[in-house]
Ligand binder design. Structure first.
Ligand code: ADP
Ligand code: MG
Length: 379
């Protein structure tokens, strides 16, 4: 039994005696990006399929028959050929011959509804279950929380690595521990900000999120994105941890006339902040370089537009350069890192955005709790 009291693949093998001839259901995250041309659907990136290979191959090497299951896109609870698993099945067949793949789990509303009938269908004829879908483990969906209550279960290698890296950030990070948070919506991340403030030595905040904090400080923010109903909460966080929180000291954005400009921390009427400024990028880089542990989630600006990518690039560069232990979570942050060609220079890029934040915030996820409780769960 390893990280967080959750059974590993080895524990599953012990429990089942042998895996030879056993039928093992593996919940994977094959929610891969797709490209459509008329009726033709192709996978544009097979990263998530390759990420599951260590678990799939480990099981196959021991003689198990491996059946995988995943969701893909948002088919709204009914069969939709646009979200068929077929393109994934083709690539999986090349990478892991012999591994079966069920149809898109979300073709049935009972998947998201955590329906008993769906769970019964999934475990029928199955000897054991493995969860390797970290990115879906914060959801109490049927395929995540159901099978562990019915059959011997374990976490796969991918899930194990996420837990072993993320959980110690809550309890035993090498200090200084610095978190850099950005992205669009502060409301998505307030929970984790609150939890991180209990453990971090410094928390740098950029992205659109910083404007709700600026508003809490009484600064004018022009037309920048912000969430009026979160201003009070941000004010509370600033009162609680003024020393730990680093906000930008300058902002790059557009003037009311639509010209790119650099501002201080008070934006003129009609101006829109879209990136942290060069001074802040340097400061945040320094904060990162002083750390021994770094967690980064969320771009510093609208990095998809090259005019507003410099802040995110500076943070990505610092995260890549530092000798600290570095963890990046979040789909867009990971995409930014890859776009800058720096994804090989961090210690861990989490495969789950929402899941990594929720694990840092709460120290547990529904999918992990289900594995830990096993068949003593709720019967
Ligand atoms: P992640 O997926 O890494 O968790 P989010 O989904 O929270 O990140 O946020 C990413 C989005 O935030 C990006 O599309 C980016 O363009 C946007 N964003 C960042 N800063 C700003 C800003 N100042 N104004 C508008 N959008 C922003
Ligand atoms: Mg995102």
């Amino acid at each position: 039994m390893s990280a967080g009291g959750i059974p590993t693949l080895e524990d599953l093998e012990t429990e089942l005696g042998s895996l030879a001839g056993k039928r093992i259901l593996v919940r994977t995250d094959f929610n891969t990006p797709l490209e459509r041309e008329g009726d033709d659907v192709r996978i544009t990136d097979d990263f998530r399929i390759r990420a599951a290979l260590p678990t799939l191959q480990w099981l196959q090497e021991r003689g198990a028959t491996v059946v995988t299951a995943s969701h893909l896109g948002r088919p709204e609870g009914r069969p939709d050929p646009r979200y068929s698993m077929e393109p994934v099945r083709v690539r999986l067949g090349e990478l892991a011959p012999g591994v079966e793949l069920l149809e898109n789990l979300r073709f049935d509303p009972g998947e998201e509804g955590n329906d008993d009938a769906v769970i019964a269908g999934l475990v029928e004829g199955i000897d054991g279950y493995v969860n390797d879908a970290f990115g879906a483990s914060h959801r109490a969906h049927a395929s995540i929380v159901g099978p562990p209550r019915r059959v011997p279960s374990a976490m796969g290698r991918l899930l194990q690595r996420e837990v072993e890296i993320l959980l110690p950030l809550r309890t035993a990070p090498k200090r200084p521990f610095v978190a850099v948070l950005g992205g669009a919506k502060v409301s998505d991340k307030l929970g984790v900000i609150g939890a991180l403030l209990d453990t971090v030595d410094a928390l740098a905040i950029g992205g659109a999120m910083c404007f709700t904090f600026f508003a809490a400080q009484g600064h004018s923010i022009g037309d920048s994105l912000f969430e009026p109903d979160q201003v009070g909460t941000c004010r509370g966080l600033l009162e609680r941890a003024a020393e730990a929180i680093h906000l930008p000291s300058d902002i790059v954005g557009l003037t009311a006339e639509g010209e790119v400009a650099t501002f201080g921390t008070r934006l003129p009427e009609g101006a829109k902040g879209l990136d942290i400024g060069p001074g802040s990028a340097a400061e945040f880089g320094d904060v990162v370089m002083e750390a021994r542990t770094v967690f980064w989630n969320g771009p510093m600006g609208m990095f998809e537009d090259e005019r507003f990518a410099a802040g995110t690039r500076a943070v990505a560069q610092a995260v890549a350069n530092t000798k600290a232990f570095t963890v990046v979570g979040g789909g867009d942050s990971a995409a930014a890192l890859a776009a800058f060609g720096l994804d090989d220079d961090v210690d861990h890029v989490s495969t789950g955005g929402g899941a990594s934040l929720e694990l840092l915030e709460l120290g547990d996820l529904p999918g992990l709790a289900a594995l830990r409780e096993g068949r003593s769960g709720d019967g």
